[in-house]
Design a protein around this ligand. Sequence first.
Ligand code: CAA
Ligand code: NAD
Length: 302
Amino acid sequence: VISRNFSTSVARAAIKNITVVGGGLMGSGIAQVSAQTGHNVTIVELNQDVLDKTHKSIQQNLQRFAKKAYKEKPQEGENFVSETLSRISTSTKIVDVVQDSDLVLEAIVENLSVKHKLFKSIDDVAPAKTIFASNTSSLSITEIAAVCKRKDKFAGLHFFNPVPVMKLLEVIRTPQTSDETYETLMAWAKTIGKTAITCKDTPGFVVNRLLVPLLAESVRMLERGDASARDIDIAMKLGAGHPMGPIELADYVGHDTTNSIINGWHEKFPENPLFNPLPTLQKLVDEKKLGVKTGEGFYNYK
Ligand code: CAA
Ligand code: NAD
């Protein structure tokens, strides 16, 4: 008990100012949840246009939440939204904002060399105390951290879509991540209202290592013509209690994302049949039918 209390106070003291790099689907959710729980957040993006969109989507999400949570007290709801937004600032120049940052959390494009370029650009600039973390879905944290000197202050923080709703945070430690960094991040997870689990730096960590093969197997089932998409989804919802069926979930995650995870793992681990490429997913990606986000995937959302 003593050590847990200590950890929480360490986290509160240690992580107050957060830089979220990437204001897309995941970054905007991470920024929102962090600001809602009292952290000062700076979102860094490539240009102001994207930042404006990110800000607007966070505002809409907060308003939707406040409308329900403060149904009887609309004024308090408005205050909640404006106070949360006042803790969020934006920038296009990461080097300028990391000076005050306790945690730099990256949620940019899933590409090792782009992530390397980012972390390399701030390793010498950020204060020694600053923890770096990646929200990667499928890359190795050790490989991302390889370009940094602060390997003891580098870890994985893997969130789930939609971030404001999904209660899990995977905290990934590499062999170099220090106990202090790990403890601080585990305690920080609590302060943002998430339940943290720990995983070694293995492909897909816990959730994606189990979920991606499930999605892939359900697509293979479709390819074989064993059952229809709708029946596979109904089966897993009513027979296994999943909130979404695997075909629906594949549309929700996005076929570009799942396809690149599978192909990346296949390249690295060609002997594992669970990671074999999926012709159907490749075809959907080529046709830009990426799922919910483009209005069509296995199902039509238009
Ligand atoms: N942002 C904020 N809140 C949202 C939201 C969003 N994008 N989508 C839904 N919500 C909220 C709704 O407002 C609603 O809130 P209240 O309960 O307060 O009313 C609540 O979530 C439930 O939403 P709905 O009633 O609209 O729909 P639902 O009950 O079907 O739930 C769901 C939607 C939470 C997405 C649910 O279907 C679900 O859990 N699906 C599985 C999602 C999943 O597996 N995600 C992980 C994907 S893998 C991943 O992220 C890792 C990776 O690296 C690729
Ligand atoms: P996204 O495409 O919605 O957002 C990425 C954002 O990063 C874009 O807005 C882009 O403009 C910005 N960006 C790219 N390079 C940048 C740079 N150098 N500096 C600042 N901003 C930059 O992607 P996403 O779905 O939010 O995924 C982001 C990361 O989170 C990826 O590593 C992905 O694997 C991981 N992830 C995704 C999911 C998911 O379900 N989508 C779930 C968990 C983890």
